[in-house]
Write a protein that binds this ligand. Structure first.
Ligand SMILES: [Zn+2]
Length: 118
C-alpha cells in the first residue's frame, strides 16, 4: 500500500479506514478489518471533530526537541467517525469537551492539535 497522505507524512489530514463488509472503523492502518477480518477497507478523511475521552499534561520533556513545548497536553479523542485517537490538545481541555482539530508544529513535525469547540 502507498504511504497515506496524512499528517504523518506532513499533510494536514487525519485518515482512517472504514470496512466495506461490517462498517467497522479503525485509525491504525492495517491490511484487514480488526472487527471482521475483511480486506475491503476504504481510506477516509476524518472531519477532525470529536469528544475528549482522556487528557494528560506532560510536564517533563521526553527529548531535547520537545523541551520548548513543556507543559503540553496529550489527549485521547473519540472522533465523530467512531475511532479513538491520541493527539496534542489545548491545556485547558477537560474530559467530555467537544473538540475540533487543527494542525500545529511540534518539535519540527506536523501534528493534529485539538481545541474546544466554542
Ligand atoms: Zn469489518
Amino acid at each position: 500500500m502507498a504511504k497515506p497522505a496524512d499528517w504523518t507524512s506532513g499533510v494536514e489530514a487525519i485518515l482512517y479506514q472504514s470496512c466495506g463488509a461490517c462498517g467497522g472503523v479503525q485509525y491504525f492502518r492495517r491490511g484487514f478489518c480488526a472487527v471482521c477480518g475483511s480486506d475491503t477497507l476504504q481510506e477516509r478523511r476524518a472531519s477532525g471533530e470529536g469528544t475528549v475521552y482522556a487528557t494528560s499534561q506532560v510536564a517533563r520533556a521526553a527529548t531535547p526537541e520537545t523541551r520548548a513545548h513543556v507543559p503540553y497536553n496529550i489527549v485521547l479523542v473519540d472522533t465523530s467517525e467512531g475511532f479513538r485517537m491520541m493527539a496534542h490538545g489545548a491545556t485547558s481541555l477537560k474530559i467530555g469537551d467537544a473538540v475540533t482539530a487543527r494542525f500545529a508544529r511540534f518539535a519540527g513535525r506536523l501534528v493534529p492539535y485539538f481545541e474546544k469547540v466554542t
